[in-house]
Design a protein around this ligand. Structure first.
Ligand code: AMP
Length: 281
């Protein structure tokens, strides 16, 4: 499996493959420290694409000044092995200078949506995400790009971006992969102590509770959010960032949960910020 370090190499590969009859190019953008959640995206990509590029790039512009860019886990050897085992065709692992050449002055801003949910507590985060994903889509020119529902607000921002910029790539959203006890897989889970790992289950517990209430016909946002707050109240060591019931396309709060409404939570477990969500039926 090839490793490309430059945009030019990735673009040349993609264009060469495009000329093969019946080819479909898939892109799986990641920040590395790959786990079974990332593997599920690669598998989905392999299932519907003839060639799959996996990008591994810890994108500095999506981290705030006091966030965990420097300590974000990096594990290239293991990532390479996992991508290869999942049938990726190439890994794209550029340097920061390759993605942001000296003098870079161009950024992608998805107005409005970028200030909602994670964007509200992490100013500039979605500008960084939209910018790097736009660069990856321009570089790889994939037919399909695969993202996890785990980052549901990110999906809303990227869907808007692809629509607004008339990008020719189809976004495919894959379900959240969880540990057996419900914890959503995240590269940041390695930061959790044993005690914090236990506390972190509060997020999935709140999500499951809201899903169960909604499926029993409890559709009032205020009641659903109150139930989630109650679940978090049982674990006072966790600091809630947000508990929200929103329209998944606009990220605007709703009063009534309907099928497709997004229930999302973010919370600090010690020094680690975790997120979880469910799209209600
Ligand atoms: P990241 O490396 O955290 O930027 O994530 C890369 C991609 O993997 C994003 O589209 C995430 O939404 C997705 N992803 C992360 N965790 C999970 C998970 N537990 N289940 C499914 N997809 C995930």
């Amino acid at each position: 499996m090839d490793i490309f370090r430059t945009v030019a190499e990735l673009r040349k590969w993609s264009r060469d493959k495009r000329y093969e009859a019946g080819s479909m190019i898939g892109l799986v953008p990641t920040m590395g420290a790959l786990h079974a959640g990332h593997a599920s995206l690669m598998r989905a990509a392999r299932a519907s694409c003839t060639h799959v590029a996996v990008s591994i790039f810890v994108n500095p512009t999506q981290f705030g000044p006091n966030e965990d860019y420097a300590r974000y886990p990096r594990a290239f050897e293991a990532d390479y092995a996992l991508a290869e085992a999942e049938g990726a065709s190439v890994v794209f692992a550029p340097s920061v200078e390759e993605m942001y050449p000296a003098g870079t002055a161009t950024y992608v801003e998805v107005e409005g949506l970028s200030e909602c949910l994670d964007g509200k507590s992490r100013p500039g985060h979605f500008r960084g995400v939209a910018t790097v994903v736009a660069k990856l889509l321009i570089a790889a020119e994939p037919d399909r790009a695969f993202f996890g529902q785990k980052d549901a607000a990110q999906v809303a921002v990227l869907r808007r971006m692809v629509e607004d910029l008339r990008v020719a790539t189809e976004l495919v959203v894959c379900p959240i992969v969880r540990e057996a006890d419900g914890l959503a897989l995240s590269s940041r889970n390695v930061f959790l102590s044993v005690k914090e790992r236990e506390r972190a289950l509060t997020l999935s517990r709140a999500v499951r509770r809201v899903e169960a209430l909604a499926s029993c016909g409890d559709r009032q946002a205020s009641a659903l959010i109150a139930a989630a707050r109650e679940t978090f109240a049982a674990e006072p060591a966790i600091r809630v960032d947000y508990i929200a019931l929103v329209d998944w396309a606009t990220l605007e709060p709703v009063e009534l949960a309907i099928p497709g409404t997004l229930f999302a939570v973010a919370a600090w477990v010690g020094a680690t910020r975790l997120i979880d969500n469910a799209v209600l039926c």
